[in-house]
Design a protein around this ligand. Sequence first.
Ligand SMILES: [Ca+2]
Length: 402
Amino acid sequence: MPFIQQKKLASSYLTRRLSHTFVVTSLTLSIVLGSLGNSHAAENLPNTGGVMATLNSEQEDFRLVRLTQGLKNPWGMVFLPDQSLLITERGGQFFLYRAGHLEKISLPALPDLHVRGQGGLLDVTLHPDFSTNHWIYFTYSHSLASGSTTAVARGRLEQNRLQDLQTVFIAKTDSSASHHYGSRLLFDRKGYLFVTIGDRGNRDSAQRLDLHAGKVLRLTGEGNAPPDNPFVNTKDALAEIFSYGHRNPQGLALDPDTDELWLSEHGPKGGDEINRLIAGANYGWPIITYGEEYSGGSIGDTEQPDMQQPQHQWTPSIAPAGITFYNGAAFPNWQGDLFTAALKFKMLVRQRYTPEGRVSEEEQLIPHRIGRIRDISQGPDGLIYLITDENKGGLYRLEPAP
Ligand SMILES: [Ca+2]
């Protein structure tokens, strides 16, 4: 099968601009080549699970395995201590993948769930003390009289029932749009809850400290602002804000070696970004961006002295969603690498960063094989799990090649 499985994007980055040009050329080439032999690959796949392919890549050979294709637009997932996998569907349903089967979670109707456009039930994570308190936390788009906004709720997961639902935080935004909710969430090792909020389609909101749109938030488990947040003493600023100037961040990961938070965000036309988060920092949108208007034409500059540069940017866009750092034993040659799920080109991107935060390796894995990849998670078994945001969305696993 004439399939361009891994296209090396760049092996060394001399300057940002040089690498930018190289990525454009290489990505375009791989898309053209990939589409020639592969555009209908997904439609031709059998509907049963099992090994789909054994594939080679720069550092590891692996098998791509489909576990199930019974999910409708899955968005987020998290492993429970018993190694079952909790998955959200954007339409408002939770499932547990356990012992090779999907089990539906029963729950009361979610209050004010706004299932429209990019909205619905979105990401999910566990409270650090889940083993004793059974709290799961999730994000969703919450209906308002004037549209909708991103909200955080929690509930207790007991067996296959979710109960005691509480909305703990409702983001203050000012948009009637049904897109750019952002919406990844995770607890850091200190027990603070980080939540990403998109600009809700109002790009200037990302620079306004009196709105939660276009921000990363840092909350307590009760949904309040911790007293050491960066803007608690800033007049007219919302105390929940951790960083700002983000467009639509749909990926968030903790670097297990440094405890730093890394984030992916969708740019406009081009200019998708990977950012390393610093408390109080401005990530520039829409004043600086490497993207441009969908209709063509510039949006802003690419640099400003008081704004953070991305660690990496993709032009053309790959539509990055979930990200994770790999530190498992199953793929020893991938340890420390950042994996990014991409909706566009339906691929997984592996990147290796130097200690200074520059990309030293980058390759595409499984482009156009399984659909729009929305999220990625490392399992307790050290294997890599993916979900695809499709009407017949699937759960897939990367395993070492035998
Ligand atoms: Ca930026």
